[in-house]
Design a protein around this ligand. Structure first.
Ligand SMILES: Cc1cc2nc3c(=O)[nH]c(=O)nc-3n(C[C@H](O)[C@H](O)[C@H](O)COP(=O)(O)OP(=O)(O)OC[C@H]3O[C@@H](n4cnc5c(N)ncnc54)[C@H](O)[C@@H]3O)c2cc1C
Ligand code: FES
Ligand code: FES
Length: 1369
């Protein structure tokens, strides 16, 4: 530990004073909070600024103005030393179970906005900051209970926070409930009012900023005023207060002696570069006034390099205010563009200068560099004692500056509008910025960005617009730095704009915007440049009527558009973008037959999840002797492991050793995971078999040191005399590298395929589909804590969906009996299947290390390692042949499916079986399948929410789409024609089809058509597509059938002396609301003893953590049915208890009249009634399997210039039987659907040619955010009545709704079809359609490619040839 030079670092956390005299300067705030304080609400999830789980509020006090500034920061990137004199507020500082929860916590809970809860504290802080800051605005006082916040600000407040569970809609509602302009009618399902009741703010937990939180404690203000706080500026953390002081620090002897110096402002660059190097000196630039100035004069605005992006945005907007003229547009547009950089909690500390230095020095794909380049900005830099002013272009083009060159400030000139030179001329200044990124609101690097500034004139003598001058900047497309397209600028300058000029300019531009070799999607990125330039100049081209509507931003802002040009713009729906969730509706029916079962009660523990008090594995405090582990994994697919060494120069302090296969104790086995199909080794032995395989486990005194040590591990590989690895399913076929599928899981044919084909009028033979993988992206990565116990026992806290399996594997690994291993799981911060088998090696490695070292050992995987080791969803290659009649009826389908299972069985042999359920949703006439589970040298693929099912549902739709396209029929009619009758359903599903009344799918489909006005909207979309060239819309209705299986599950219910109830179940609380439903069931079932609904036992029930020695046979929490089976097990326990209590109750009743619950239980204790009952629910084999039905309609709009897809609206109807808890089921439906959107539209889980995962963090892996979900999101939970053989008539909701997201993909396909029609017309083809496959995920590059990477050129060409024809005629 290095000191900070005799000076103390003083700050406050949640009002408590902290004073540190020694601290490692590279310590982040998050590290400090989580390891040195009792405040654990800020969570680590990505560690790179991309998720928001670690968000806290930072408050600074200005003693001169006596003002407090509050803003959010990412605590994972903020360095502790930069917080001298600051105050931090975390979610538990807002409120907690002891002092009372904050209304934010209460409303998050009441709007059902927390599932696993791992994202919730960060969400709460983002909202809290927005509330605080809205109160500082001069807006009128809102009505009591509301804040000065607007609805749009409320939604935007959490735009940078990721949630993998909820689908965001309920979170948006919780946030909006504070907004002054909210219409309470618009808020979704909540526990504060019933649908039919009056919506009144007084029913919401009361919010008033006046009795709000003090974010900056008085004691700290006093210390600041008394100047008792000094900036620590000695030894390793320096805060110079002038450029001169900074220079002398940099020029000091130490710097010359190779001392490593790091200049710091917000330290957010760490999120991207993740340097693990050690620096000897940190110099904080934020205290140098010159670097923090914002100065405006008549020529422009100067912004100090250390000014945060948020403050720069404010300054640009302010500089803009009240100044007439067109310079307004430039500053405002720059500010608007900057608003899309990262997320608010990053922009609040990220500096303008840091961004530009990263662009200059490290080729960072900066937005700021591009927009400022177009705006003709200058920079001031200091090199040694020399001060230079450079144009931004010179700055970017200079060789990378060394680490001690200082960027002082940036100057953005005002751009005055050219005054009219004569009455015959009208001149204007145009400025526009663009970025194409997977997320419209930011929090995603762009594929390309651009900014254009032009001065144009209309001369009366000419009919058209002359480009007097133009500046075209492009960046972030896989280039060293942003560039000016000078040749295009020169070409255009002084010319009269016309279609052929635009066409020639675009051709020229194509040759300039050429991404570097390593860049992804090079052709797409070039096409974006073309699209943006076209969008910019198009409205100016005098070719009215021939360059019609569309447009990326819909208007040339700041440019008074004349009537002719105006008609060229798409005026439709501009109000909607770049909007967020505009509306949502939830239809649920509450059935009170089994009260409180069926009530939409709030999630058990939601408030403590919001306040951050809920304890996840990594929140369990470490004992002093605790050690931490990190995996060393292979980067090669198949190689001999010759040895592991740690690069000695980089080894951090505190490393204890490396655990490898050699440390497996005598009697133990090298086993890291098991399923019913086989086991998997914990560590590579002599050979590594896939990239990502654990080779060793480094153990150190802190998690950071363990991670650093694992990073500096060097593995020596040898590949001599080894066969090449099997990396594709094709290679697996060649080498017959397959896993066996047990006969009972191998799909059987239905009907006679040859006969079906013979009956067909048309055939499609051997069409191919490929499907990629998907990563779980649970917000809590894999984690475990192993604590050695007496007598060779081990207690392991594991974030696991199957603790029982962890117990077995650990016992095997250590060679000890199962009863020596106790695995405890309280809650899991998101699982989605990834914490089932894949959690086992993590727990086992910790246990092995703890066993060997006789000390507690824990691990919390960093996001990158987690992504590399996780495996994820199964990629597939599918080949299909289908026969069908001319009327669209399908007669036969055959599928050859190659499933990439990776290196070990895991649960892969079950995938073929899983696939059959959703695949059979249509009556294919005859169906035959040939599935192979391929063993490849990849990480083992595992179950991910709807494993196999989502792929199968997609395959079914792809076939239907293909048939419809071949027949030129409306795809919806082909779907309807091929839906099952109950008779055909029985044939396809044999025992699983249930009764005829239970087959609700046809009614669900019909109901959806009318509830969402499907046919009318279809017509509107047709019209929209006719009159829009650059936007197309599509709509699609898709049914799902999803087969689930109820598995045996244990339960135990105990009644304590005071009448409180303790429940244990086999199922794990993963956020899916299992505990909530179990609590409701226990309350219902126990209340039978009193037959008195007023007893309200719900609050008396506590469900406790899973403990493998307390409740055995816990099994897996998977397959959507664990909640219902756990409920049933609990019902059985309660039934037994009720039977024991009834005689006593009757006796007491006779003696005393009425009997209360408390009295009954107390008497039962006194009379030695056994008040604990356990049960093992084994479902009846004839009804264990059942079908779930639902349907969705989605409507999308695609942008033909960028390939962006916006989901305009989704309507879902899902049959939940009689929901056990409609709020919980609604959360499952919406959350699963949004996760499905991720699979179908966004998430690319890519590997390199060795199979090593390269999408390894939030920078490259994009899960849905609030701006990528449907703008209108309507869900109806259909209560399909009494289902005798289900648990209190309920049905599953966890996985099936994920399949419905295929509707978004199909709608996108429909929109692309329209785009391709137009493309064909531009090519002069009369063809009305073309058949194509739309890849999954349908990302922007994929969509754009199908719409034509050269669609702009083709369009212009067609215009030109039309013009030629016209002039000839
Ligand atoms: C999650 C996330 C998403 C992002 N998304 C985007 C995006 O979409 N578009 C975009 O353009 N940017 C994006 N950024 C980048 C962000 O803008 C930069 O990280 C930030 O501006 C850097 O500023 P900082 O103050 O944190 O720099 P620091 O991290 O403190 O410093 C960065 C580097 O610059 C050096 N440095 C800083 N200031 C100076 C100076 N005045 N003189 C000399 N050297 C200096 C430091 O020594 C260091 O090497 C994103 C960042 C994150 C974390
Ligand atoms: S953990 Fe800090 S932003 Fe993700
Ligand atoms: S509740 Fe948001 S990540 Fe689980």
């Amino acid at each position: 530990m290095e000191g900070i030079g005799g000076k103390k670092l003083v700050f406050a956390i949640n009002g408590e004073r902290f004073e540190l005299s020694t601290v490692e300067p590279c310590t982040t705030l998050l590290e400090f909070l989580r390891t040195q304080t009792r405040f654990r609400s800020a969570k680590l999830s990505c560690g790179e600024g991309g998720c928001g789980a670690c968000v806290v509020l930072l408050s600074k006090y200005d003693p001169v103005l006596d003002q407090v500034e509050d803003f959010t920061i990412s605590s994972c990137l903020t360095l502790l030393c930069s917080l001298n004199g600051c105050s931090i507020t975390t979610s538990e500082g807002l409120g907690n179970s002891k002092d009372g929860f904050h209304p934010i916590h209460q409303r998050f809970s009441g709007f059902h906005a927390s599932q696993c809860g791992f994202c919730t504290p960060g969400m709460c802080m983002s909202l809290f900051s927005a509330l605080c800051n809205s109160e500082k605005t001069p807006r009128p006082e809102p009505s009591p209970g509301f804040a000065k916040l607007t609805v749009s600000e409320a939604e935007k407040a959490i735009a940078g926070n990721l949630c993998r569970c909820t689908g965001y809609r309920p979170i948006a509602d919780a946030c909006k409930s504070f907004a002054a302009d909210v219409d309470l009618e618009d808020l979704g399902l909540n526990c504060f009012w019933r649908k039919e009741e009056n919506k009144d703010v007084s029913k919401l937990p009361f919010y008033s900023h006046r009795d709000g939180i003090c974010t900056f404690p008085e004691f700290l203000k006093r210390e600041i005023k008394n100047k008792t706080l000094l900036n620590s500026k000695e030894y390793s953390w320096y805060s110079p207060v002038s450029v001169e002081e900074l220079q002398s620090l940099l020029g000091s002897e130490e710097a010359d002696n190779g001392t490593r110096v790091k200049l710091i402002v917000g330290n957010t660059g760490m999120g991207y570069y993740k340097e693990l190097e050690h620096y000897n000196k940190y110099i904080d630039l934020r205290h140098i006034p010159e670097l923090s100035i914002i100065r405006r004069d008549s020529t422009g605005i100067d912004i100090g390099a250390a000014v945060s992006i948020s403050n720069a945005i404010q300054a640009l907007k302010k500089a803009n205010k009240g100044i007439p003229g067109y310079e307004e547009a430039v500053f405002k547009k720059i500010a608007d563009h900057m608003d899309k950089i990262a997320s608010e909690y990053i922009r609040n500390t990220a500096s303008l200068g840091g961004n530009l230095v990263m662009a200059q020095r490290n080729q960072f794909p900066s937005d700021i560099a591009t927009v400022l380049l177009a705006a003709g900005a200058f920079v001031d830099i200091q090199i040694g004692t020399k001060r230079l002013e450079l144009t931004l272009e010179e700055f970017l083009e200079s060789p990378p500056f060394d680490s001690i060159t200082i960027l002082l400030s940036v100057r953005i000139p005002f751009w005055e509008q050219i005054r009219n030179v004569s009455s015959k001329t009208q001149s204007r200044l145009l400025f526009e910025t663009y970025r194409a990124a997977p997320r419209p609101l930011g929090n995603a690097l762009p594929y390309l960005n651009a900014a254009f500034l032009a001065q144009v004139s209309n001369y009366e003598d000419y009919d058209g617009v002359i480009l007097e001058s133009i500046q075209l900047a492009f960046g972030a497309y896989g280039t060293k730095h942003a560039i000016r397209a000078r040749r295009v600028e020169e070409f255009l300058t002084g010319k009269l704009l016309s279609v052929d000029l635009l066409f020639d300019a675009i051709k020229l531009l194509r040759g300039i915007i050429v991404p570097d070799d390593h860049a992804s999607h090079p052709a797409y990125r070039s096409s974006l440049a073309v699209g943006f330039l076209f969008d910019f100049l198009r409205p100016l081209v005098d070719s009215v009527g021939e360059i019609p509507n569309g447009g990326i931003n819909g208007a040339i802002n700041g440019f008074p558009i004349d009537a002719k040009v105006e008609s060229n713009f798409d005026k439709l729906d501009n109000t909607m973008r770049p909007g967020l969730l505009s509306s949502a509706k939830q239809v649920v029916e509450v059935v009170r037959d089994y009260h409180p079962v069926g009530e939409p009660t709030t999630k058990a523990g939601a408030e403590i999840q919001a306040s951050g008090e809920a304890v996840y594995v990594d929140d369990i405090p470490s004992t002093k002797d605790c050690l931490y582990g990190a995996f060393v994994y292979s980067t090669r697919p198949l190689a001999r492991v010759k040895g592991i060494t740690l690069k000695s120069s980089l080894i951090p302090d505190g490393v204890v050793g490396v655990i490898t296969v050699k440390e497996i104790p005598k009697g133990g086995e090298n086993v890291g995971a098991r399923s019913m199909f086989g086991t998997e080794p914990l560590f590579a032995d002599n050979f590594t078999q896939y990239a990502g395989q654990p080779i060793g486990f480094v153990v150190a005194d802190t998690q950071k040191h363990a991670n650093m040590a694992a990073n500096c591990a060097v593995v020596e590989y040898g590949t001599e005399n080894l066969e090449p690895p099997v990396l594709t399913v094709e290679e697996a076929v060649e080498k017959s590298s397959f896993f066996d599928i047990p006969p009972f899981l191998n799909p059987k044919p239905i009907g006679n395929f040859s006969k079906g084909m013979a009956e067909a009028d048309h055939k499609i033979l051997s069409a191919e589909i490929k499907l990629g993988s998907q990563y779980y992206f649970y917000m809590e990565t894999q984690t475990a804590l192993a604590v050695p116990d007496e007598d060779n026992c081990m207690v392991v806290y594991s974030s696991s969906q199957c603790p029982e399996n962890a117990q077995i594997v650990i016992a095997k690994g250590l060679g000890i009996p199962h009863h020596n291993v106790r695995v405890i799981t309280r809650r899991v911060g998101g699982g989605f299947g990834g914490k089932a088998i894949r959690s086992l090696p993590v727990a086992t490695a910790c246990a092995l290390a703890a066993h060997k070292l006789r000390r507690p050992v824990r691990i919390y995987l960093d996001r990158k390692t987690d992504m590399i080791m996780a495996g994820g969803r199964h990629p597939m290659k599918v080949n299909y042949s289908v026969g069908f009649k001319s009327n669209g009826i399908i007669t036969a389908l055959h599928l050859d499916v190659l499933i990439n299972a990776g290196i070990s069985e895991d649960v892969s042999p079950v995938i073929p079986y899983n696939m059959m359920g959703p695949l059979k949703k249509y009556n294919w006439g005859a169906l035959s399948v040939n599935m192979k589970v391929c063993k490849t040298n990849h990480s083992s693929k595992s179950a991910m929410r709807a494993p196999g099912e989502v792929q199968a549902s997609y395959i079914a739709e792809a076939v239907i789409e293909h048939v419809a396209s071949t027949l030129s029929m409306e795809v919806d009619s082909v779907r309807v024609k091929n839906l099952h009758t109950f008779e055909s359903l029985k044939v396809f599903y044999e025992g699983g089809s249930g009764e005829a009344v239970e087959y609700t799918l046809p009614s669900v489909m019909d109901r959806l058509v009318s509830s969402c006005n499907f046919h009318q909207r279809f017509e509107v979309i047709r019209q929209f597509n006719c009159c829009n060239k650059w936007k197309k819309r599509g709509i699609s209705r898709v049914p799902i059938v999803h087969e689930v299986m109820v598995r045996p599950t244990p339960g135990k219910v105990s009644l304590l002396n005071d009448g409180s109830v303790v429940v244990e179940v086999g199922g794990i609380e993963l956020g899916q609301g299992l505990w909530t439903k179990v609590k409701q069931m226990a309350a219902f079932a126990l209340s039978q003893v009193l037959l008195d609904r007023s007893s309200n036992l719900l609050e008396r029930v506590r469900v406790i953590q899973a403990d493998t020695l307390s409740l055995v046979q816990g099994g897996f929490t998977a397959g959507s049915t664990t909640s219902e089976s756990s409920c049933e097990a609990v019902r059985l326990c309660c039934k037994a208890l009720v039977e024991r209590l009834i005689p006593l109750k009757e006796r007491l009743q006779e003696n005393m009249g009425t009997v209360s619950w408390d009295m009954l239980i107390l008497q039962a204790h006194l009379q030695s009634v056994n008040l604990s009952a356990s049960a093992f629910y084994v479902p009846d084999l004839t009804s264990a399997q059942y079908l779930n039905y639902g349907a969705a309609v989605s409507e999308v709009e695609i942008d033909l210039l960028t390939g962006a897809t916006m989901i305009l609206r989704t309507d879902i109807i899902y049959d939940c039987g009689q929901s056990l808890n409609p709020a919980v089921d609604l959360g499952q439906i919406e959350g699963a659907f949004v996760q499905g959107i991720g699979f179908f539209m966004l998430e690319e889980y890519l590997t390199n040619s060795d199979g090593l995962v390269v999408s390894d963090g939030t920078w490259t892996y994009k899960i849905p955010t609030i701006d990528t979900i449907p703008k209108q999101f309507n869900v109806e939970i259909w209560n399909s009545g009494h289902h005798q053989r289900r648990v209190l008539s309920s049905k599953a909701s966890g996985e099936p709704p994920l399949l419905l997201a295929v509707s978004v993909h199909c709608a996108t396909r429909a929109a692309i079809k329209e785009a391709r029609k137009e493309l064909l017309a531009w090519n002069g083809s009369n063809a009305s359609h073309s058949t194509f496959q739309l890849e999954v995920p349908a990302t922007m590059p994929v969509v754009k490619k199908l719409c034509g990477l050269d669609n702009v050129e083709r369009y212009l060409q067609s215009l030109l040839s039309n013009q030629q024809k016209l002039s000839l005629s």
